[in-house]
Structures are given as C-alpha cells and as structure tokens.
Design a protein around this ligand. Structure first.
Ligand code: SF4
Length: 455
C-alpha cells in the first residue's frame, strides 16, 4: 500500500536519472577525438541500440520539454533526411555497422510529421547501413495521433516496427486548449486501432498530470477514455513546469496550474484506477499489463533504464543519430549538436555531429551501476556490485548509506548486507532515494532550480 503522506513529506526536486552522470555534466571537455576513440574501441560482439531524433513539429505544445524544430516547410524535412543519410555514412567509418541491432527508436519531435514515403526512405537508409537485426529487436516509434495516416502505420509495420507510443496527455478540451494541443478522442482511437490492425505488439499511451485547468474530475474522465483504448502500457508523467529552461512553457498561465493537493489527488486516483483495472505499477510513472514484457522484466529484475525510459534491452552500445541525439557507451555519453546549423556544418566537414558529452571514470561507473539498477528494478544486489567493481559496498558508500537512514527509518527502504530494497511508497520516491549515491548532487545543491520537483 502506498503511504501518500510519507510520499509528500519526502519528495524533493531531483533528476530523472535517464543517465548518470546526468546531462548537466555534459561538456566539450569530452572531445570529438576522444569520442571517436571510444567508438573505435567498441567490441563487435556488443549489440547496437539506435536512437534517431526526428525533430520536427507543426506547432508547439506548451508543456513540451523535448528538443523540437517547429516548421511547416517541406524542404526542411527533405534536407534533414539528406543529412541523416550523410551522418550514417560517416558513422560507418567509425563503428562496425554489421553488429547485431537489438533496439531502434524513433523519437522527436513528431516522427510521423514526415510523410509515409519519407519515413520509408529513412528506414531503408538505416537498413542499408545496419543489415543485421535481431529477431527479437525492440523497434519503436513515438507517434502523434494528429499526424498519422494508415500509410504511416503500414510503412512502420513493414519496416519491422513492433511498438508504438502515442502522445495523448489529456482528453479534456479545456486543458487541450490551454496547452495548445487539440486532439480528439476519435483521433487517438483511430490511431490505436491502426496500431492493432498492423500488428504492433505493444501500444503505449502517454498522459500528463499537473496541466492547466486539470481537476480530479476532469482527469478521471481522461482515465476512463484511456482505458477504453486498452493500451498495453501507460506512462503518466508529472508535468515539470520549468519555464526558466523551456521558452514555450512561459505561455502557460501559472495561475491555472492545479495545486499540489489536486495533483496528489490525481496521482492517488490514477494509481488506484489502473491497478484496479488490471495494470501493474512499474516505478515512478509507468503502468503495464501483467503480460507485457516490461512487467515480466521487472519481476525478473531485468529492467533497464536509458534515455528513452524503461526498456527490457540492456548491454548494448547506444548510438544517437540526428539533431541533439544522445548516445551511450560503457564509459561515456555523447550528444549531437542541438542547433541545426552546427549539426549540418559538422557533417559538411565530414565529421560526426558530436557536440559534447562526458567520459565516465571508475567512480562514475560504480555509481551509475547502483543508481540505474535501483531506478529500474527498485532493488540492488550488493554482493554483485562488490564483485563487479572490487569494492566493499558499505565502506565505499558510507556517506550515502548514512543519508539513506532517513528513508530506512521511515520504512521506505530496507538495507541489509545483501541488498537494498525499496518498498511500494519508496518507488514513487526513487529519485530521492538514489540521490545520496549521486556524487554531483552537492555541486548543484538540492532544491535549486536545476531539476523539476518530484511531485
Ligand atoms: S509534445 Fe510532441 S507534438 Fe507537441 S511539441 Fe512536443 S514533440 Fe511536438
């Protein structure tokens, strides 16, 4: 049972830990040449995970925190495909692209803002460079139901895509108007039906709570409608209002945002609603049907976390392709340029559009293993970490374990010689629970406006 009083009491601002160190630590100190060394050192036996950023959107949804290029110009999209192809051919010089691909993700932006033929062209270009695909590859695309034709879904299905994620956020017209994203229930329903028709194994729906004008009653209706769509997975994110970081968020009238009490009531209701309708809660903000592989993976302690969120596929080198994409190797993170002109200029000069990143030292690697394991599976096998890194866990993390005492006393976590285990209420506070293991936390200061609030 979740103790919401404790949750509110112990919730503090913190990173979402889709990486460790977090993106705040990325810099140009990790140079282009060093990045190339890392790519050249990758083992042919390590599988590949590919992320493509397709950054275009027609218009801004005011809550959006993604790196997006707003346009209605066709030539920009054509030009971008051209640069993606050039980037792929430069990449071929630096990694063995015959390695097995176990994961591909199209993110954005709105990938389906490209028309079906353009998507087909991108997929064909990828397959030409990466010919070796695992039969069990997880191939997924983020989809905006407002920009989806049957041809899109056909192309994705024929291209081997087997998972789709639909952005919905809220079905209430007043909320939709306030966030500048009008999307009818019928549009979303049709999109889900197309996904089923074309055999997508897993359909995810994203919702957001904490948006303008939301009330418990209005969100209840959104949940009812969402349930009618019968998704396999759901992500229900807490809206992170960070207008000092994201310009479009400044268009949201802060006085219309729901109070923390209302947000908490919505969260409580949402958890109760989905769990009583056959879904299981996975971590901070995800729900899945028990037969979904995400749920099975958490049962086996095999869930992983990366920039796309939770995944069942670990142990691959992640290559980020396209504007602003982030890649991840065993001991580095690497991000492409965010500005289109810099991205294109690098490629024109025959270079990968790498901008900045971070190289992980041994301490970073140990902390990353601990943080990611806890974030994904909510328990940590201490002897395994000790064996993997040759450390005495209690000695190495004496400070962190001391800081965890507060959570231990509140029975949010259990720490023994063998394991750290997080209880149900603790899973909602997982960011806070892993923060003591983050060596960079002190540098930024807890509670500063660097991170959004956890509730
Ligand atoms: S939420 Fe999706 S469609 Fe809206 S601006 Fe962001 S990326 Fe584009």
């Amino acid at each position: 049972m979740i103790d919401f009083e404790k949750f509110v009491k112990y919730s503090r601002p913190g990173p979402r830990y889709t990486s460790y160190p977090t993106a705040v630590e990325f810099s140009e100190d990790f140079t282009y040449d060093r990045y190339l060394e890392k790519l050249h050192a990758q083992k042919s036996s390590t599988p590949l995970s590919l992320y493509f950023h397709l950054p275009f959107c027609r218009s801004a949804c005011y809550f959006c925190g993604c790196n997006v290029v707003f346009t209605s110009k066709e030539d920009k999209k054509v030009r971008y495909i051209d640069y993606l192809k050039k980037e792929l051919s430069i990449l071929q010089k630096h990694i063995d692209t015959k390695r097995e691909v176990i994961q591909l993700h199209f993110g954005g932006g709105t990938p389906t803002f490209f028309d079906a033929n353009q998507l087909q062209e991108i997929i064909a270009a990828i397959k030409e460079v990466f010919p070796n695909w695992s039969d069990e590859a997880e191939v997924s695309c983020e989809i905006d139901p407002r920009f989806l034709s049957e041809e899109h879904m056909k192309v994705l299905s024929e291209g081997g895509f087997n998972r789709v994620s639909f952005g919905v956020q809220d079905f209430d017209p007043r909320v939709q108007q306030a966030v500048h994203r009008i999307q009818t229930f019928e549009e979303t329903k049709r999109a889900v039906e197309l996904a089923r028709k074309y055999g997508m194994q897993s359909v995810n729906i994203d919702l957001i709570y904490g948006l303008p004008f939301q009330t418990l009653e209005s969100f209840q209706k959104t949940l009812e409608l969402t349930l009618q769509l019968d998704p396999d997975r759901l992500a229900v994110f807490n809206y992170a209002h960070v207008p000092w970081l994201k310009k479009t968020m400044r268009k949201i009238d802060e006085t219309t945002l729901p109070s923390p009490d209302v947000k908490l009531a919505i969260l409580k209701y949402t958890i109760d609603f989905f769990t009583s309708n056959g879904y299981k809660m996975i971590g901070m903000d995800h729900f899945a049907k028990p037969e979904d592989e995400l749920f099975k993976a958490i049962e086996k302690g095999e869930l992983h976390r990366n920039f796309q969120g939770y995944t069942t596929k670990g142990g691959a080198d992640l290559i980020g392709i396209g504007l602003t994409s982030i890649g991840e190797g065993e001991d580095y993170y690497a991000q492409n340029f965010k500005e289109m002109s810099a991205y294109e200029e690098a490629i024109d000069n025959g270079k990968l559009p790498y901008h900045r990143g971070v190289e992980l030292g041994q301490d970073d690697k140990i902390r990353k293993a601990v943080i990611m394991e806890l974030m994904a599976n909510f328990k940590l096998d201490i002897p395994r970490i000790e064996k993997q890194f040759g450390i005495d866990f209690k000695e190495y993390f004496a400070d962190a374990l001391k800081a965890l005492k507060e959570f231990e006393e509140q029975e949010l976590v259990k720490v023994s010689d063998k394991a750290i285990e997080v209880n149900e209420t603790g899973t909602l506070l997982i960011r806070n629970i892993v923060m003591p293991f983050d060596a960079y936390m002190k540098k930024h200061g807890e509670g500063k406006k660097v991170f959004s609030k956890t509730v």
